[in-house]
Design a protein around this ligand. Structure first.
Ligand code: ADP
Ligand code: ADP
Ligand code: ZN
Length: 214
């Protein structure tokens, strides 16, 4: 099962992608996580990506597309994967389609987690991320067992720099301009499924399970 997640920053793509990955036993591939890991390791890619991410802008397609295409050709992707945060532009979607059809493959579902802008800023202000393993929490809706500490690895939780309200507003603008057109793109391909992302985490996942099959 090959799935992509669509939705505004903070809509809950990562949260649901993790659940999908666990239930359906397919890798969760998050471009945001890959870039953050590269920043932490101080790689050349990380240095380049950071200058864009800090401003709330997209990392250029040239730095993003090949990274993902190489990744989905790994052995662990044979039975499918859930892409989270990619594609984010029409050229990225076209490049992915082209690479997949070259392999005789195709995407099965584009899951659009729909959350209005008004809810996003509040969600992002409460998001906390682990500095070490990247696990994500919310101070109200998905609180860790101990405040400020990652359940998974025990490291410190922080507010991501790009989750500060000024940058969130910028990222929402970028989403509307560059990423939202993908909704029509995948509707035309006939694989778009829209889910009401304002429901609680479990209700959103129930809707997704109804689409993907138990
Ligand atoms: P969120 O989960 O809040 O939507 P991500 O972790 O997916 O955020 O992405 C964080 C940042 O990483 C983005 O704002 C962007 O700068 C960069 N990024 C992630 N994926 C892509 C992509 N497919 N194309 C370009 N930039 C990306
Ligand atoms: P995205 O990957 O789309 O940027 P996340 O999955 O990181 O979004 O979710 C953004 C924030 O909102 C996180 O703090 C997460 O815990 C919280 N969250 C995710 N889904 C829901 C939901 N259905 N209801 C309330 N909060 C949610
Ligand atoms: Zn952790």
């Amino acid at each position: 099962m090959k799935i992509i997640m669509l939705g505004a920053p903070g809509a809950g793509k990562g949260t649901q992608a993790k659940k999908i990955s666990e239930k359906y036993q397919i890798p969760h591939i998050s471009t945001g996580d890959i870039f953050r890991a590269n920043i932490k390791e101080g790689t050349e890619l990380g240095k380049q990506a950071k200058t864009y991410m800090d401003q709330g802008l997209l990392v250029p397609d040239e730095l993003t597309v090949n990274l993902v295409i190489d990744r989905v050709e790994h052995d662990d992707c044979k039975n499918g994967y859930v892409l989270d945060g990619f594609p984010r532009t029409i050229p990225q979607a076209e490049a992915l389609d082209k690479a997949l059809s070259g392999l005789g493959e195709h995407l099965d579902y584009a899951l659009n987690v729909d959350v209005p802008d008004e809810n996003i800023v509040k969600r992002m202000a409460g998001r906390r991320a682990c500095i070490s393993c990247g696990a994500t929490y919310h101070v109200v809706y998905a609180a860790p067992k101990t405040e400020g500490i990652c359940d998974v690895c025990g490291s410190e939780l922080v507010l991501r720099d790009d989750d500060k309200p000024e940058t969130v507003t910028k990222r929402l603008g970028v989403y509307h301009e560059q990423t939202k057109p993908l909704i029509d793109y995948y509707a035309e391909e006939g694989i778009l499924k829209t889910i009401d992302g304002t429901q609680n985490l479990e209700a959103v996942f129930d809707d997704i399970k109804r689409i993907l099959g138990e």
